[in-house]
Each structure stands twice: as C-alpha cells, then as structure tokens.
Design a protein around this ligand. Structure first.
Ligand code: ATP
Ligand code: LTN
Length: 333
C-alpha cells in the first residue's frame, strides 16, 4: 500500500480563533484529514514571540485544542499536540538558525508588521520566528502545509532553508509545498477591509471569533464597512463587499459568480443578512461541540498526550539524522 502523504500545520494560541483562521486554515484541515497523514500543532512557542500573560496563554492553548476537535479534526486520524511538548522543534530550530541569513529574515513582512505593532518588544524570537516554523514543518518530512495566504512567504523561506541544507549535506529534508485554498485564504478585517482579520486585533468589531454568539455575528456583519454603491459585486475597489462575498462563498460552497447573481439588485441589507446567516450556520454546530468537549477533560488530556508521543517519535527520526549530518557526536548509551 502506498503511504499517505504528510501534512503539517499549526496555529498560535495567541487569542480567540477568528473566522479568518477558520476559513483560511482549519476548514481545509478537516477536508484533508482523510487523504493525508496530518499533524496539527498548537504552536505555543511561536505565541511567546509577543508578550503573553501566562494564565491567559494556558487557557488559550486549552481552548484551541478544544476548537481543533470541535471543527471536526478526528484525533484518531490526526496527530494533535502542543509544540512545547515536543522538544525536537526547539532543537532543530536552533540548528536551522545557523543555516539562515539575516538578510532573509530582514525581508519577512510578518516580522515588519509585528515589529511595528510591538515596538517596545522587538525580540530576537520574533525575528527568527520563520526559522522555528521551518523546523516545525521540516521535522516531519512534510509534503503539504495548508495555511492562509499571509503565510506564503514563510513557506518560501522554509523551502529555501531545506534546499540549502540538502545541498550541503545531501538529501535530508523533503521540500514542502504550501496549500492555500481558493476561497477564504485572506479574510479581511470587517471595519478596515484592506487589512487582514487577525486574532490579536484590538478592535473587536474587526473580527468574528469562532465562539461569537449568533446575534453578535449578525450585528458585526451588519456593521461591516462597505461602500456608497448598492451593488453586490466583487471588485478591487470594493474591498468591503468583496470580503463579504469571499466569506459567503467560503461558508456556503457557492462560487463568487453564483453569489453575485444571487444578490443582483438585492441591496446590501439583504446581502449582509444572508452572509451573517451563512456564518452562523457554519459556526453554531462548532460552538455546541466546544461546549460538549469542555466537559470532558480526561479525553482532552488523552488526546494531547498521545499526540505528543507520536509527534516526538516522528520528529526524533529527522532530528537525529540532522544532528549526525552537522557533526554532533551520538549520545553514549
Ligand atoms: P496573530 O493575530 O496572533 O498574528 P493570526 O490570526 O494571524 O494570529 P495565526 O495563528 O498566525 O493567526 O494563523 C493561523 C492560521 O490562520 C494560518 O494558516 C494563517 O495563514 C491563517 N489565517 C490567519 N488570519 C487569516 C485571515 N485573515 N484569512 C485567512 N487565513 C488566515
Ligand atoms: N506562522 C504561522 C503559524 C505556524 C505554522 C507553523 C503554520 C507556526 N508554525 C507551521 C504552518 C506550519 C502563523 O503565524 N500563522
């Protein structure tokens, strides 16, 4: 039997999961779980590149685990774990730091954005964040990385680092590909539709979070910034309406063209109500499952324990190969 191809992806427990995270990443994860061997990591080590309150970070990491399961990831089919439980990520991360140039890191747009946002804490972890991400992916000989559009540059650097290492030491890492969905890959902020919806946004009206109640969702969509026309049409000069069309399409499975036709002549009010209802229809069942799962602490503990064990076993294979190649002595046993 041919072995399944491998998928790796992760999300930071840096706040409440948004509709952007869900449509851009998680929804694709659940769709891919039957055809691939998938590892879905909760990247808590990445989250501390901006200052986190430890009590909140623990809660967010637990909530994210519950949400991974609630969106439909089956822990029997997928390896789900906390990054900090598998020490090989940090170990490979260090080694790869020594094969990455500052010039490469200087080009990373996420670093520039986050450095501007957190000017009082531009730490070197934030700077080398993409190297740890490369380690995450390369540890598992990953074929495919399902992410939102904003991660494309990080995937490119991952491929560059892997290729460089392979050139020096011979084939060591599989060169991974990004998997970026056609719809939902870049959900924009509702009040500022030219910037991406982000879970760490301070303006709560910019984001819909996975756990927002239906009335809150309807309200946020109704108040979303649009334009002075009244025509539901996808266009670069209509970022608000285009964003809502993208959300509608990702939530219903209809194409943008079908959606435009459906709302031709309907007006923004009717359209926004339909978008809100489509989002609620996607999120309500997930919210119910979150509430059920939260009651089952033992089950969650079991999932995360098994996940770390399997991930660690797989990661060790690559790490020990790498350690040998760069010239570290084996442990005396
Ligand atoms: P933060 O605000 O803390 O930087 P984030 O909301 O950008 O976080 P991440 O944890 O960094 O989220 O990303 C998790 C996944 O969600 C990634 O695959 C990322 O590409 C995807 N993603 C994040 N925001 C969006 C968005 N607005 N539209 C589509 N996909 C997104
Ligand atoms: N950098 C990603 C989160 C992330 C990730 C990964 C995604 C960390 N490691 C490995 C895919 C694969 C982000 O900021 N969204």
């Amino acid at each position: 039997m041919e072995e399944k191809k491998r998928i790796f992806s992760g999300m930071q427990p840096s706040g409440m999961i948004t509709l952007g995270n869900y449509l851009g990443a998680m929804k694709n994860w659940t769709a891919l779980q039957n055809d691939y061997d998938c590892l879905y990591c909760i990247v808590d080590m990445h989250a501390i590149t901006v200052r986190q309150d430890p009590v909140k970070l623990r809660k967010q990491a637990k909530d994210l685990l519950t949400q991974y399961l609630a969106v439909g990831l089956d822990p029997e089919k997928n390896t789900i774990y906390y990054q900090s439980h598998v020490s090989q990520h940090a170990e490979l991360g260090w080694i790869l730091n020594c094969y990455t140039y500052m010039g490469e890191m200087n080009r990373m747009t996420q670093f520039k954005d986050k450095a501007a946002k957190h000017a009082d804490n531009i730490n070197t972890g934030l700077y080398t964040y993409p190297v740890l991400m490369a380690a995450d992916i390369l540890l598992y000989q990953t074929d495919l990385v399902p992410v939102g559009e904003d991660q494309r540059q990080h995937l490119e650097i991952t491929r560059d680092i892997a290729g460089r290492f392979n050139t020096i030491y011979g084939d060591t890492f599989k060169i991974p590909e990004a998997y970026i969905g056609k719809v939902g890959a870049r959900v924009m902020a509702l009040q500022e539709p030219t910037k991406k919806m982000s879970k760490s946004d301070e303006n709560k009206n910019n984001t819909i979070i996975l756990m927002d109640e239906p009335a809150v969702i309807m309200n946020k969509i109704k108040r979303a910034v649009t334009d002075s026309e009244d025509e539901v049409r996808f266009s670069e000069d209509k970022p608000g309406i285009s964003n809502l069309l993208g959300i509608y399409s990702a939530c219903t499975g209809k194409t943008i063209a079908e959606a435009e036709k459906e709302f031709a002549g309907a007006g923004y009010g009717t359209f926004k109500t339909a978008v809100g209802e489509a989002v609620v229809a996607n999120l309500e069942p997930i919210q119910q499952r979150v509430r059920d799962l939260e009651k089952n602490k033992d089950y969650l503990d079991e999932v995360i324990k098994k996940g770390a064990e399997r991930a660690s076993k797989l990661a060790e294979r690559t790490l020990s190969k790498v350690q040998k190649r760069v010239g570290f002595l084996p442990k005396v046993r």
